[in-house]
Design a protein around this ligand. Sequence first.
Ligand SMILES: C[S@@+](CC[C@H](N)C(=O)[O-])C[C@H]1O[C@@H](n2cnc3c(N)ncnc32)[C@H](O)[C@@H]1O
Length: 125
Amino acid sequence: MKENKHIQRESQQSTKIFDDRSLTNDYRNLSSILKPGMKVLDVGCGTGAISKDIANIVGENGKVTGIDNTEGFILSGKESYQNITNLELIHVDLFDFNPEEKFDLIVSARVLQWLSNPKEALLKM
Ligand SMILES: C[S@@+](CC[C@H](N)C(=O)[O-])C[C@H]1O[C@@H](n2cnc3c(N)ncnc32)[C@H](O)[C@@H]1O
């Protein structure tokens, strides 16, 4: 039990930096191009904190799909934002993601600079 609490605290600490992100503070230029009804893909969404803010703007006629290849981030985001019905968070690597649906906009914050193959990632998007 004590150990479980320790693990929980550790995992909360490791997601905190991503949980604290917001569209207003951490993706400022994006707001001006978002419109209600848009379908948006957020690549490398972390725990989905920014994706959730985008979902609020695109509204119920729009949708945000956030993908991330770190399972713990996606599990955490699914729990935190389970009430946001137009937000879908998927644990998958960008290079394995082959959606049927089309998106109006693909966004990605603070991801490309961490990849060894950013050009391939851009081409995939
Ligand atoms: C620095 S974090 C940025 C998270 C979020 N976009 C933000 O601004 O808070 C980079 C994220 O990209 C994810 N990532 C890295 N390579 C990826 C890949 N090939 N496919 C999907 N996600 C990836 C990592 O797991 C991590 O959550």
